[in-house]
Design a protein around this ligand. Structure first.
Ligand SMILES: [Zn+2]
Length: 213
């Protein structure tokens, strides 16, 4: 058991502030301390990065074999490769164990993307009893039309913001010493987005045809 801020060994101590840095911990609450030291922690991130690289390669290959999904493969690589570079490049910059909360925050763009896509797909299927036969919104109920509006905005708008701000954020985080670990989290943001986008394109054909038309 170690302090999650300074890695001070807390073995044998009761709940309270870390003797080294004052961060409060409670042996009964695993969220308040870490079991890995810095080396083990970085090593674990290396393996997570390798697994992510294999997954991204599999997704890119899956979409590049068919000519009409080549654009999907391209977008997965365009976001996944810089993501992996930031992820691995950021590992030596991690001065403390990863924060579960920041990891969750890093996945928000991917969750919005895949979530808006699949909640609409489910809503449409239930509302129409199947996939739309033609393009456009003919025959959609007004709640479904409203959902289409929201889903299309949630799909592209946060991603566009992300594409513009991500490279700037990488540079800022890399330069500002206190924020350097942020480079690793930005890697998670981009890898999660690439995988989330790939996940949407594995959806049912009937819905994908409608979505892209
Ligand atoms: Zn401490």
């Amino acid at each position: 058991m170690r302090c999650s801020a300074c890695e001070y060994t807390l073995a044998g101590l009761v709940a309270g502030p870390c003797p080294e840095c004052g961060l409060r911990f409670d042996p009964a609450d695993p969220g308040t301390f870490t079991v890995l030291n810095g080396f083990e922690h970085r090593q674990r991130q290396m393996w997570i990065g390798v697994a992510a690289a294999v997954l991204l390669a599999a997704v890119a290959i899956r979409f590049s074999v068919k000519s009409d999904t080549g654009g999907v493969a391209m977008l997965v690589l365009m976001t996944g490769v810089p993501g992996l570079l930031a992820f691995f490049g950021g590992i030596p910059l991690l001065r403390r164990p990863l924060s579960t909360r920041l990891v969750a925050v890093s996945m928000i763009p991917a969750i919005i993307l895949a979530g808006s896509f699949y909640t609409l797909a489910i809503h449409m299927y239930l509302s129409l009893g199947g996939w739309p036969a033609n393009i456009g919104n003919a025959g959609f109920s007004s709640p479904l039309n409203f959902h289409v509006e929201i889903a299309q905005h949630c799909f592209w708008f946060p991603s566009l913001i992300l594409f513009v701000t991500w490279p700037i954020a990488v540079v800022v985080f890399a330069v500002v010493r206190r924020w350097q670990a942020g480079v690793h989290y930005l890697g998670i943001v981009a890898i999660a987005w690439a995988l989330g986008f790939g996940l949407t394109q594995l959806g049912p054909d009937g819905f994908l045809d409608w979505w892209w038309d």
